[in-house]
Design a protein around this ligand. Structure first.
Ligand code: MRU
Length: 349
């Protein structure tokens, strides 16, 4: 049972990627046209589009943009393919942690390598694949939502961190997909959203999209979660993921690990919701997940205004890794994985 969102953060139209600019939400709701591969690389890096599945879609569309540009540069298909493969590898480096980006670029690379078409035919194949990745993501998220809704207690208050919603995916959400599907069955559930410093995806994006859909949401700051858990006001936690290792260790937005520890201490189930494209079976544990280090301005400034002394040290990792033993279940489009994750994940691949 689904509860549709009107939000489509990224879609392909007439040879151009239409992208909702997430850096200006909630002040403005505006689409920008991304017309070249380099623009797409920068849109991903600068978080005009963000969220693991959404940057996967963006990466796939970025390869189509490069493919369109290369058409005027090359007449020989083999030279063209070689150049496009280099651009695909480059696109995959626009952000390091979310593996959906590398997954989507790899999907496009397979097409480039295996295609027997001419340049126009290859562009068509890459375009079809990018659109398929977008559409499939919505379907995958609806399945994640429906599986997840089964473990949401009646009238539950669900805590989430960052934004793993329609804005972070093709348009339904992973963690917020669970919320949407649960809300379709029981409109007495509600969400507590962590603000999510430093980029405030919880405050700016999660509350925005839930309010748009009329799902009750309460904004709290990141340090407040234990307080509300102790008061018995949180029934479960559901978060998204940027990369899940073969043993279930999960990278997600910085601060997620703290929430997971607090949930364990208070005996509150902590779930991760993610499509299989977020699972990286090539790495054994979370220790191998590359963690993005972002600009120090994100910490030193709020709304363009400095909030701390000059000359101090700053560290700004964008993600942390929650150890698998803190995770009650990983909600995927194929069902809910339970510990032992090494075994349950292996069973799916
Ligand atoms: O830096 P961001 O905003 O791209 O980080 C996003 C997250 O951490 C999300 O929780 C994750 O990508 C899952 S999105 C369904």
């Amino acid at each position: 049972m689904t509860f549709e969102s009107k939000i489509r953060p990224i879609y392909w139209e007439n040879g151009v990627s239409k992208m909702l600019d997430q850096t200006i939400i909630p002040y403005e709701y505006k689409y920008v046209d991304i017309t070249s591969g380099e623009e797409m690389f920068n849109a991903i890096r600068n978080m005009i589009v963000r969220g693991a599945p959404a940057i996967g879609i963006a990466g796939a569309e970025g390869i189509v943009l490069y493919a369109q540009e290369g058409k005027n540069k090359y007449s020989n298909i083999e030279d063209y393919k070689q150049w496009l493969i280099e651009k695909t590898d480059y696109m995959a480096t626009s952000r390091p942690t979310a593996v959906n980006l590398m997954w989507a670029c790899e999907e496009q690379k397979k097409i480039i390598k295996n295609s027997t078409s001419n340049i126009d035919g290859l562009i068509k194949e890459l375009t079809e694949k990018a659109i398929e990745i977008e559409k499939d993501d919505i379907e995958r998220c609806k399945k994640i939502g429906d599986y997840g809704a089964e473990v949401v207690p009646k009238g539950a208050t669900i805590l989430t961190h960052c934004n793993a919603g329609a804005l972070a995916t093709g348009g339904y959400g992973t963690a917020l997909g669970v919320v949407r599907s649960a809300y379709a069955k029981d409109n007495t559930i509600q969400v507590f959203a962590d603000e999510t410093r430093p980029r405030q995806q919880g405050a700016r994006l999660t509350t925005f999209e839930l309010a748009m859909d009329g799902i009750p949401v309460t904004l709290i700051t990141d340090g407040m979660c234990s307080y509300f858990m102790k008061k018995g006001m949180i029934d479960m936690v559901v978060v998204g993921a940027d990369r899940i290792a073969a043993n279930g260790d999960t990278a997600n937005k910085i601060g997620t690990y703290t929430v997971a520890i607090a949930a364990k201490y208070h005996n509150i189930p902590f779930y991760v919701a993610a499509p299989l494209s977020t699972i990286d079976i090539s790495i054994a544990s979370g220790n191998e997940i590359p963690i993005e280090e972002r600009s120090h301005d994100e910490v030193t400034h709020i709304n363009g205004k400095r909030i701390c002394a000059e000359g101090i040290n700053i560290i700004n990792p964008g993600f942390d890794v929650t150890p698998n033993e803190l995770i009650a279940g990983i909600i995927t489009e194929k069902g809910i994985l339970r510990p032992d994750y090494k075994k349950s994940i292996k069973g799916l691949f």
